[in-house]
Design a protein around this ligand. Structure first.
Ligand code: ATP
Length: 357
């Protein structure tokens, strides 16, 4: 097991332009960690992964696998196993021939090859499928063959670029659990690229959220969900309200904000938030941390319901609170709530979080 370190890595495809596809990225991926690069289309995640694989070289910065500087090493000298969105399997070969490919290239003996192919197929729960044709397999099975092909060379790192995008929703969920099991068992350091935040949250030890080539935040799924660094991360991960509220006071880890009803509320904040009285704070509030105020509760916000949507687990409400649109996901909401109703909303104070713009 090895760690993977990116130090101030940038990639410019067009040297004459100011825009970098990947802009000064520094992250350390721990040995055996499942690490995800997450962000919207075009944010630079694939380019970052391709630099780790060696398909692109950085314009500046270094990449290390453990103590080895691999920045300018060709892909076949890095011992990485790659899994792609479109599987990139050879359709005219059998499952076993596909999995054996990397071993043939490395001139591993026939007997050893057969043994390791069997072992890799067992790892992905496809024992006995070796003689099948690729086009006689389902999409999920093909993706597992692609995983076996990456694992069979016993790579130092496993790199996965949107490997589930071609699968339907149910198979996607099953296969993500499967990928995580296989990665745990093989002990590989894995770097995973996706634009699907639910997938990233479910699979990862840690996530780097990227936007415009830059890493916006690195953290565990819980850290990113409950303590987003900025408004972009708050809105990109799950759904979030970002309320602009005047600051009435501040401490190192907290900010006191004034609610529309005049009361003040203490909200958690990262040290170095830099806010003082008179500033405007951006406060992230998850829809599920908003409840409907009962008889004796003082509501923090009041407004008119503009949309009601029953999802089974919760009722999603959109409320217009003095021109600010607030999304709430209320569990056990009274079924009598309708568009046009006036409601009071309470916020679960411990879950509010101050974010940077
Ligand atoms: P997606 O989810 O759509 O694949 P991404 O986050 O993986 O997006 P990248 O593919 O890394 O994003 O692209 C980042 C930026 O670099 C984009 O603006 C893209 O147009 C540009 N880019 C990527 N590859 C090349 C290339 N080979 N030549 C020139 N520009 C490129």
């Amino acid at each position: 097991m090895i760690d993977v370190r990116l130090t101030a890595v940038s990639k410019r495809f067009d040297k004459s332009s100011d825009a970098a596809a990947v802009d000064d990225v520094t992250v350390t991926i721990g040995a055996g960690e499942f690490f995800t690069l997450l962000g919207p289309s075009g944010c630079g995640k694939t380019t970052t992964l391709r630099m780790v694989a060696g398909f692109y070289f950085p314009t500046s910065g270094q990449i290390h696998f453990g103590d080895d500087d691999v920045t300018h090493l060709s892909p076949n000298k890095r011992d990485t196993g790659m899994v792609f969105q479109n599987y990139a399997l050879f359709p005219h070969m059998t499952v076993a021939q596909n999995v054996a490919y990397g071993l043939r290239v490395r001139r591993v003996s026939r007997a050893e090859r057969d043994r390791r192919v069997e072992e890799a197929l067992a790892q992905v729960h496809l024992s006995g499928y070796g003689a099948r044709r690729i086009d006689a397999l389902s999409g999920g099975q093909q993706q597992r063959v692609a995983l076996a092909r990456a694992l069979v060379i016993r790579p130092r790192t496993l790199l996965l670029d949107e490997p589930l995008s071609n699968l339907d929703a149910k198979l996607r969920e099953e296969t993500r659990t499967e990928i995580r099991r296989i990665q745990r068992e093989s002990g590989n350091t894995a770097i995973y690229v996706t634009h699907d935040q639910a997938e990233a949250m479910a699979m990862s030890d840690r996530i780097a959220v990227m936007q415009s080539g830059k890493v916006q935040q690195v953290g565990s799924p819980q850290e990113i969900y409950y303590r987003p660094a900025n408004a972009f991360v708050a809105r990109f991960i799950g759904r979030s309200n970002v309320l602009s509220l005047p600051v009435a006071g501040a401490g190192e880890n907290r900010v006191e904000v004034r609610m529309p009803d005049g009361t003040t509320l203490e909200v958690g904040a990262a040290p170095g938030h830099g806010l003082t009285e008179g500033d405007t704070a951006l406060v992230s509030v998850r829809p599920e941390h908003i409840t409907i105020a009962g008889g004796e509760d003082e509501p923090a916000l009041r407004g008119r319901v503009t949309h009601v949507e029953f999802t089974g687990m919760a009722t999603n409400l959109t409320v217009d609170a003095d021109g600010t649109e607030v999304m709430a996901a209320v569990i056990d909401a009274p079924s009598s709530i309708n568009v046009g109703d006036l409601v009071g909303l309470r916020l679960v104070r411990e879950r509010l979080w101050v974010v940077k713009p």
